[in-house]
Structures are given as C-alpha cells and as structure tokens.
Write a protein that binds this ligand. Structure first.
Ligand code: AMP
Length: 175
C-alpha cells in the first residue's frame, strides 16, 4: 500500500499559498492507519530503540502519539497550547510554516535521562519539532527518536534538528 495516496492536499488552507496536507483521509482508512503505526514501530524496533515517554503535539500529533506510546509501552506526554495545562510547566515559542505559536509541558512529565520519542503529524519548516525537542531537553529527557507521518523535505525542517533519528513515512520533495 502506498500511504501517500491516502493524504489529501488542500490548496490555500489555512492561508493563501499553503498546500495543506490533510492526514484525516489516511486516519479514516483502517488499513492505512494500522500500516502507518506499524511502519513507525518497526523502524525503531529494528534499531533496538526503547522509549520511556512519547511526547507529542496538540492536536494532530496526539492521534499518532498516543497509539505509539501504547505500542512502545511508554508513557504519553502532551505538549499543549498555552493556558491548557493545569500544573507547573515550562513554555517554548516557535514559528511554523504558517503561524507563530507556543507549547507548554508539565515540569514533572519527563524525568532526567528518560528516553523520549517526539511525535508530530507533519514536518514542514521544523519549528514545531525544534520547540518540542528543546522542551524535552530542558527537562533532562534524551530525544532518541522523532516520528512523523509526513515530511515536506523541500522546506528542510530536518536542518533544525540535526543529529536526531527521524522516521517520516511520506515525503514530499515539492508542493
Ligand atoms: P513546522 O513547524 O513548519 O514544521 O510545521 C509543522 C506543524 O504545522 C505541524 O504540526 C503541522 O500540523 C502544521 N503544518 C505546517 N505546514 C503544514 C502543511 N502544509 N500541511 C499540514 N500541516 C502543516
């Protein structure tokens, strides 16, 4: 199965000029969703990597992140938009392909030295990913893997997180 066929491209959403990669068409397909999860699990299992925590981003990252946490027998940690987390937290601002945003993480969500998998739905300019990695590392976690369904390789998001092991399933080298 070619997972890329399951992604719907919506022009000019949410802003003029953005080719939005809609993953809901993949998620609603039971076979494609399972394959996407299985492929990511296999990628990291083959490397004998284990994770204590899966850290993922509001909101689309949660869908994949929670399933991966279950598969890796890891805990799940949400990175949330400001003002949503109730307890003591730290914050990181960042820019995406089409917005400026910020995430917060609970201070006690990742412990010193824990092995972490960072998960998002899509890598564009890499701003979101870099902020996610920074938050984990500020808490003393070790980012041993990054996973995403889609990567827009022409935006060079990987350059912002050099040296990390990134598994992205569907790559677009142009819009
Ligand atoms: P970036 O920080 O530029 O790598 O942007 C990644 C984040 O923004 C991800 O959480 C995506 O959900 C969202 N995003 C950015 N560009 C797109 C796009 N072309 N299609 C769908 N989502 C996108």
């Amino acid at each position: 199965m070619d997972l890329s066929e399951k992604i719907r491209t919506v022009p000019n959403f949410p802003k003029e000029g953005i080719m939005f990669k809609d993953i809901t068409t993949l998620l609603q397909d039971s076979v494609a969703f399972r394959k996407a999860v299985d492929d990511i699990v296999e990628y990291f299992m083959q490397k004998d990597l284990h994770f204590d925590k899966v850290v993922s981003t509001e909101a689309r990252g949660f869908i994949l992140g929670s399933v991966l946490a279950y598969e890796f027998h890891a805990g799940f940690v949400p990175l949330r938009k400001p003002g949503k987390l109730p307890a003591e937290k730290i914050k990181q601002e960042f820019k995406t392909e089409y917005s400026t945003d910020a995430f917060e993480i609970h201070k006690d969500a990742v412990k010193e030295g824990e092995s972490v998998l960072v998960v998002d739905d899509l890598i564009a300019t890499g701003g979101t990913l870099k902020a996610s990695v920074d938050l984990v590392e500020k808490l003393g976690g070790k980012v041993n893997g990054i996973a995403a369904l889609v990567e827009l390789t022409f935006l060079n998001g990987r350059d912002k997180v050099k040296g990390y092991d990134i598994c992205s399933l569907i790559k677009y080298d142009k819009e």
